[in-house]
Design a protein around this ligand. Structure first.
Ligand SMILES: *[C@@H]1O[C@H](CO)[C@@H](O)[C@H](O)[C@H]1NC(C)=O
Ligand SMILES: *[C@@H]1O[C@H](CO)[C@@H](O)[C@H](O)[C@H]1NC(C)=O
Ligand SMILES: *[C@@H]1O[C@H](CO)[C@@H](O)[C@H](O)[C@H]1NC(C)=O
Ligand SMILES: *[C@@H]1O[C@H](CO)[C@@H](O)[C@H](O)[C@H]1NC(C)=O
Ligand SMILES: *[C@@H]1O[C@H](CO)[C@@H](O)[C@H](O)[C@H]1NC(C)=O
Ligand SMILES: *[C@@H]1O[C@H](CO)[C@@H](O)[C@H](O)[C@H]1NC(C)=O
Ligand SMILES: *[C@@H]1O[C@H](CO)[C@@H](O)[C@H](O)[C@H]1NC(C)=O
Length: 437
């Protein structure tokens, strides 16, 4: 069979692959070989046309590292082809991978890509980002990258959760870095569809210097089997210098932020997002680093359900001595349902953990403008009593055109729900009172 496939390939794409050496256990099937593609599960996808398709050998055990084969497969599929990771098979990645050279590639993930949990190896071998000292197993960059299928990207996080127990990512002395499961950097037009992202050691997705990234129908889940070592900082989505970020029809069940674009993210679209056990859908925090300008602008967030979380919808920017500047502008949250959520609506221009007096002395230099909350409904957890929305602007900083409408959130604490507003000029559209009242 393999000889036939290779023969057909040589006939159809001799020039493109004349120098390509097929590695052991791999196969390349030309787009014209419909029967061959069908046989391996790569033919007739409703959205993706048949392409030259590459398969590689899968792992025989959890320690059978196929990263060299994977890299070979990516190179063989680059420039118009597809790498297929087959259903029922596991592909173990035990070495860091630079995938920054991509140009028109599809990865059809039907099986499982699983990272080794060799903490010593990954702490010595990774890609590093100074923004919040993030590391990753691999970096995806280039253009026209499509990942789709019903398979799983498995971060194999349990050992990382066990080892990180008791530590804090924001502790300035922390040097125990944990990898992000999926990172794009210097990438244009990236789409991810249908897959599951499981147990990332740290953030699940981080997009850096990326233009037009979209996720559709993805399921993100992080859980621990060890009650004394829960997953930490396993955010669903984070971004840094990104223009065009789209997340639709996606479910996130992690113990941290569901969706949280970070500095310089513009043109954000979220629709039909479900978040369980999260810290909510947040813009920011931004404005953390002195002298640095951060922007989050033009976001449309619609039809989100937030269950069992700390926050529902939130905007946050730093205030205090030695912070940065910028703006959060033109943000709409529409049709958001909360259930058992501690703080359903939060606007905080006095982040992080500073008191009212300090925030008044050092107000935020991140302007908040044109912020809309429309049709936010459901129930809070009651943790904050009757308060269902908490809006805090820095005194004397720009915080204008903040609008709330159709807010219908009840608290198990009973009574009429309370909205608190501090430091906001003008009418926000609903009755609100000072938090110190
Ligand atoms: C970004 O990618 C382009 C090709 O897509 C490349 O020419 C450029 O050098 C890359 N930039 C950086 C900073 O890596
Ligand atoms: C669970 O995590 C704790 C905290 O790190 C650790 O001491 C313990 O060994 C872990 N239990 C198992 C079964 O791995
Ligand atoms: C809203 O999103 C949920 C998934 O969280 C989906 O089931 C529902 O159909 C969506 N509603 C609309 C009007 O699209
Ligand atoms: C949501 O999380 C809770 C734990 O807080 C869990 O019991 C429940 O099964 C989750 N819901 C779904 C639909 O996965
Ligand atoms: C955000 O963009 C601004 C303006 O383009 C730039 O000056 C700033 O350095 C960027 N911020 C970060 C954190 O990269
Ligand atoms: C606000 O953002 C939306 C996208 O959510 C965009 O279509 C619209 O043009 C923006 N408005 C302004 C005034 O820039
Ligand atoms: C913040 O608002 C002030 C006052 O309107 C304006 O001068 C400044 O340029 C704004 N900053 C940003 C980053 O948009």
């Amino acid at each position: 069979m393999k000889f036939l496939a290779i023969g057909a390939l040589l006939l159809s794409t001799v020039s493109a692959l004349a120098t390509e050496h097929i590695i052991k256990g791999a196969q390349i099937i030309p787009a014209s070989d419909k029967a061959g593609l069908k046989k391996i599960g790569a033919h007739g996808h409703h959205k993706h046309h048949d392409r030259r398709t590459v398969t590689i050998r899968s792992s025989k055990s959890d320690t059978d590292d196929i990263s060299d084969d994977f890299l070979w497969g990516i190179k063989a599929a680059n420039h118009g082809g597809r790498l297929l990771l087959q259903k029922g098979k596991t592909y173990v990645i035990g070495k860091k991978l630079d995938l920054s050279f991509l140009d028109d590639i599809e990865v059809q993930l039907e099986g499982e890509v699983k990272f080794t949990d060799d903490i010593d190896y990954w702490q010595a071998n990774h890609f590093y980002y100074s923004f919040q000292r993030s590391i990753t197993f691999w970096v995806w960059g280039g253009q026209d990258i499509k990942i789709f299928g019903k398979g799983t990207l498995n971060g194999n996080g349990q050992e990382w959760y066990n080892a990180f127990a008791g530590m804090e990512i924001l502790d300035p002395d922390n040097v125990f870095y944990r990898p992000v499961l999926f990172v794009t950097d210097n990438a244009t037009r990236v789409s991810v569809e249908g897959i599951t992202q499981l147990n990332s050691p740290c953030w699940t997705n981080f997009f850096v210097r990326t233009k037009d990234v979209s996720f559709d129908d993805v399921y993100i889940n992080s859980f621990s089997t060890n009650a004394s070592a829960l997953p930490k900082n396993t955010d669903g989505f984070d971004s840094f210098n990104v223009d065009g970020l789209r997340v639709t029809n996606t479910r996130v069940d992690v113990g941290d932020d569901c969706f949280a674009p970070k500095p310089n993210t513009t043109n954000i679209f979220v629709q039909n997002l479900w978040c369980n056990n999260t810290h909510g859908v947040s813009m920011g925090s931004i404005g953390q680093y002195p002298g640095v300008e951060d922007i989050i602008e033009h976001a449309w967030i619609e039809n989100v359900t937030l269950v069992n979380g700390q926050n529902g919808v939130r905007l946050k920017a730093w205030a205090g001595p030695d912070v940065g500047f910028g703006r959060i502008n033109n943000i709409t949250y529409k049709d958001v349902r909360v259930e058992n959520t501690d703080s359903p609506i939060v606007l905080d221009q006095c982040y992080f953990n500073i008191d009212a007096a300090t925030c008044a002395e050092y107000p935020s230099s991140v302007n908040f403008t044109n912020i809309n909350f429309e049709n936010i409904y459901g129930t809070s957890s009651g943790k904050n009593g009757k308060v269902v929305a908490d809006l805090t602007c820095s005194p004397n900083s720009v915080c204008t055109d903040i609008h709330l409408s159709d807010i219908d959130i009840t608290s198990p604490a009973g009574g009429p729900p309370i909205v608190t507003c501090d430091g906001i000029d003008g009418d926000v559209g609903v009755e609100c009172q000072s938090s110190s009242a």
